[in-house]
Design a protein around this ligand. Structure first.
Ligand code: GBH
Length: 442
């Protein structure tokens, strides 16, 4: 076995939390087991033309059955923490009302299994698998669903309690709203800006309602939310490009940051959207959404390069298998800017990672040096922000293992662990060995 070394990496402060992350629909499989009802992703996968390789989540990494060996795998990496999500349709199959204890039992085994192994559980309550029956009444466009979410959040927290180190209400409200309802790439696959902005608003409300509810439960768990943020850079110094980049930042980042951290929508973007697509904001909604949070999770993958004209990125730019630019300084720029513009709670990088076309080599190993390079450069960028005073407390690599990459099916591999989907065999890629070595040196 080749020795993969992480020599020369910076030292992070003691107590800095290192982890790895997954989400329910992407790894669990067993979509018909344990009393789970269909989610909007089961429906989306069954719709012709939506998933690039026509696959679905029925088996995925079969984590629902292989969870015990997967927890051992997490342990073997040497991380302190694991971030995973809970599938609402396993816990409350009809969306609201009756609780399916078998669903809660599964997640309780995960939580206890992690703690037995000395690993902190970090839970995301919603990572995109809405019960289909709630979509049938309008999904997140229906304001009532925000109230059902708060009920569901309380049911989960009631069972798992303070054993869970942190609860995040939502993963990536931009994806849940815009990507899924305006751009149509994700379930439920709509092309409707008004719907998307209504969804975004109801997510902000649902976040606030859930937070309010969990605060009454005397948990010691940290409560927060996870946003995907893509810093927007103007491709040139022209006023037109700078304005375009600021608007992109507003639509993609500030529209989701400000309701949580400031209790308002950004005025410039509000003005940009015409009256007929703006959300209905009731009195008190933004006070709810901007209650204090203990942490904000940030998912960072790449930057946006924005221009009113056609602009080429520099010729030496590297891209991942998703076609996303590798831009580590975007991470430090972003965090330092947020620290300047907002009063930040503790920050966690809840996702960072990259897809590459990994192959098992003749020696049985996966030599993903490009992923080692990607991670090491982003770790260094993160370290810089701590020196600049950003309250960055932890970092979760996306992902623990290759999994169902949404509209890309199984065609993109984000794991530090390789999954053979024929045999369900897991192989630690070189990046996992590198991460192990890095963690030993921390
Ligand atoms: C995350 O979404 C998800 O939380 C996770 O489930 C998923 O597996 C992982 O990322 C990898 O995709 O579209 O070229 O403008 C990340 C979604 C990715 C959305 C970057 C914005 C900007 C690049 N974000 N994207 S581009």
């Amino acid at each position: 076995i080749q020795k993969v070394s992480a020599l020369g990496m910076p030292q992070f402060p003691t107590g800095f939390v290192w982890g790895t992350a997954t989400s329910s629909f992407q790894i669990e499989g067993a979509t018909f087991e344990g009393g789970r009802s269909p989610s909007i992703w089961d429906t989306f996968c069954a719709t012709e033309g939506k998933i690039i390789d026509q696959t679905n989540g029925e088996v995925a990494c079969d984590h629902y059955h292989l969870w015990e060996q997967d927890l051992d795998l997490i342990k073997s990496l040497g991380v302190q923490a694991y971030r995973f999500s809970i599938a609402w349709p396993r816990v409350i199959p009809s969306g609201k009302g009756e609780i399916n204890q078998e669903g809660l039992d599964f997640y309780e085994r995960i939580v206890d299994g992690l703690i037995e192994r000395g690993i902190e559980p970090h839970v995301t309550l919603y990572h995109w698998d809405l019960p289909q029956c709630l979509q049938d009444i309008g999904g997140w466009e229906n304001r009532d669903v925000a109230y059902y979410f708060a009920d569901y959040a309380a049911v989960v927290a009631d069972r798992l309690g303070s054993r869970v180190k942190s609860y995040a209400t939502f993963n990536e409200p931009w994806c849940v709203s815009i990507l899924s309802n305006e751009l149509g790439h994700h379930a439920p696959g709509k092309f409707d800006r008004k719907a998307a902005l209504a969804v975004a608003h109801h997510l902000h409300l649902a976040h606030g309602l859930a937070l309010q509810r969990l605060r009454t439960m005397n948990l010691t768990s940290q409560l927060g939310i996870v946003l995907n943020l893509t810093p927007a850079y103007a491709a040139s110094e022209t006023e037109a490009d700078k304005a375009e980049a600021w608007l992109a930042d507003g639509k993609g980042n500030r529209w989701f940051l400000d309701p949580i951290l400031k209790g308002s929508y950004p005025q410039d973007v509000w003005d940009h959207y015409s009256e007929d697509v703006r959300p209905t904001v009731l009195p008190g909604d933004l006070a709810l959404s901007s209650q204090p949070i203990d942490f904000m999770g940030i998912n960072y993958y790449t930057r946006a390069f924005v221009s009113t004209a056609d602009q080429q990125l520099p010729a030496d730019t590297k891209y991942t298998d998703m076609g996303w630019e590798e831009y580590p300084s975007g991470l430090s720029d972003l965090l330092i800017r947020l620290h300047k513009d907002y009063n930040l709670p503790d920050i966690y990088i809840t996702e960072n990672g990259a897809a590459y076309p990994d192959k098992v080599a003749d020696d049985g190993q996966v030599h993903d040096t490009d992923r080692i390079n990607y991670l090491s450069e982003h770790f260094k960028a993160a370290h810089k922000t701590i020196e600049a005073g950003v309250p960055l407390k932890g970092y979760f690599v996306w992902s623990l293992m290759d999994n169902f990459e949404w509209a890309f099916g199984y065609s993109k591999r984000f794991g530090v662990v390789y999954v053979d989907y024929e045999t369900q065999q897991r192989i630690l890629k070189d990046s996992a060995l590198w991460y192990q070595d890095f963690l030993k040196q921390q």
